[in-house]
Design a protein around this ligand. Structure first.
Ligand code: 13P
Ligand code: ZN
Length: 274
């Protein structure tokens, strides 16, 4: 059996959490990540018959029975993941009943999965229907994205459009736009259901005055989506703080990007006024 601390998926979690912490996106225990793993890969490092303990999830994830995830722990600080992965991360398998997580590794201090597990697993189920390659759901509290939430309408079309205008690459990275949920209490099944519903349509979902969700086939893709939104939000905050904005990318120019990058099938045309 190989040493789990050398597994690429543990390395991915360490790198992502460290980067997110250093970007100041994930203060204290803010943010959470779940990454769906291949059973054969996990079996190189762990005895899959050895369930350390079982933890009820409180919601139905029948669509993910038998699936294995590496997940950040509730109350765990992103800054600590790289120094002590076995306390701050866990590997769980969804049990036959669909409502229990079987702990295969991690949370060695008795901890458990993130309080946002409903939003994560429900979003995994939603995204897998749209894209069978999806593996990562990432939640974060990026600073400028949140600052922008205070001064910009929390409307999907308007928010997406403002961010598209901020720099040319935004249209290339998220032509499918950003879903927006109003402020809601976090850590509940209700916000999980609402997030997953948006994830049927969007790869990015803003939680009003809380943070953002991104997804992707790997850590880079999910991180890159959030990073691009955050960069655009930073530009928006800096540009508006100056009190004057005299230039923008017009809708017809945004459409030129769509054509140049062949994004006609993925772009939210209804978010443009052409
Ligand atoms: P957890 O510590 O339970 O992961 O919660 C952090 C968070 O960001 C809540 O939305
Ligand atoms: Zn959060």
């Amino acid at each position: 059996m190989k040493d789990i601390l050398t597994a690429p998926f543990v390395e991915d979690m360490k790198r992502a959490t460290a980067n997110m912490y250093r970007q100041t996106w994930d203060e204290r225990n803010g943010g959470n990540i779940s990454f769906m793993l291949e059973e054969e890969k996990v079996a190189e490092y762990l005895d899959l018959n050895n369930v350390i303990r079982t933890i009820p999830t409180g919601f139905d994830a029948t669509g993910l029975i038998g699936k294995i995830f590496i997940v950040t722990g509730t109350g765990k600080y992103f800054k600590n993941v790289e120094v002590d992965p076995e306390t701050n991360l866990g590997i769980i398998r969804i049990a036959e009943d669909g409502t229990t997580a079987e702990l295969l590794w991690g949370w060695k201090d008795g901890g458990k999965f993130t309080s946002e597990l409903p939003a994560h697993l429900m979003s995994h189920m939603a995204r897998l229907k749209v894209n069978p390659e999806n593996r990562v759901i990432m939640h974060s509290h990026p600073t400028y994205t949140l600052a922008m939430n205070h001064i910009h309408e929390l409307d999907e079309k308007k928010l997406t459009h403002t961010l598209w205008e901020m720099c040319t690459e935004c249209m290339v990275v998220f032509p499918d736009g950003i879903g927006v949920l109003p402020w809601m209490v976090c850590g509940t099944n209700e916000i999980g259901i609402a997030t997953a519903k948006k994830m049927e349509e969007f790869r990015l979902v803003v939680w009003g005055l809380h943070g953002i969700y991104g997804c992707g086939k790997d850590m880079d893709e999910a991180f890159g989506l959030i990073e691009t939104v955050e960069k655009a939000a930073m530009l928006y905050m800096l540009a508006t703080a100056s009190g004057k904005r005299i230039n923008t990318i017009s809708d017809s120019q945004l459409w030129e990007i769509v054509e140049a990058f062949h994004l006609e099938d993925s772009v939210r045309r209804d978010f443009l006024d052409l």
